[in-house]
Design a protein around this ligand. Sequence first.
Ligand SMILES: [Zn+2]
Length: 270
Amino acid sequence: MDTAICTDDGHTYTAVEFSSLTALQLERKRRHLVCEACGFPAFFRKASRSGRGACFGARPHEDGCVLAAADNEIRLPGVGDDQDEAFNPGDRIVVELAFGGQGGEVHLDQNERGPRRPRGGRYIGEGGPRAAQMHRRLSTLLRMLVTAPNFRYSDQLIAVNDQPELLARDFFVHLSNVTPQYTGQFRGYWGQLTDARDGTDGVLWLNSGGRAEMSFCLPLEHKQEIMERFRLDEEEDFSGSYILVLGTLQVSRNGKMFCVIDDPAVVSLR
Ligand SMILES: [Zn+2]
């Protein structure tokens, strides 16, 4: 998008104009951007050291937004590649938290079968239909969340280590839907980031909007590994990126919702 509206001051900015704001103004206003056409939240990304120009993007647009097509060409090359994937109720997805290496991450184990389950997914011993069991990496799950609209609303069971298994529609929580009621809940929190900001003790805060929105706390000891793994040259590259973190929501004493990325294996970015 060439322009975006800042709801903080009601002004319509070009990316160049927005770049010329003071650091303090930019930091505040970038969390209050919306698409001119659909009004959905937008993000701003500064010009990069490698020469990419400053730009706006949506997080994402409303379905059918007239400005969506151009954005999608830039940001979502994978759109549509999961449209035909079937999401069968009761299928069980075992989340693989190990990473490293790229190829072969999507496979269906035809011979591997989960416990017998009724349609609702509860274990009933012998009898009911056998559910398929699949193994999926975080990167694949994030791709499905972004590109396959039905996946996040599906009744597939999500199995993560020794956590209680939940249906996909309960397990994955979009960042715009996070409320304090999720405090203490282990979930797959996902959505798009507005910006990254240095905190105390070398911590990097990955924000999804203003103070009222959830943020992720990336500790110093994992920062370099994560930036290298997802090929981020600079902290500005977090702006507009999709993120999926498996973790537990916390709320600070002054009401800020956040989740600590305490292990590089629990995060994926795209
Ligand atoms: Zn839009």
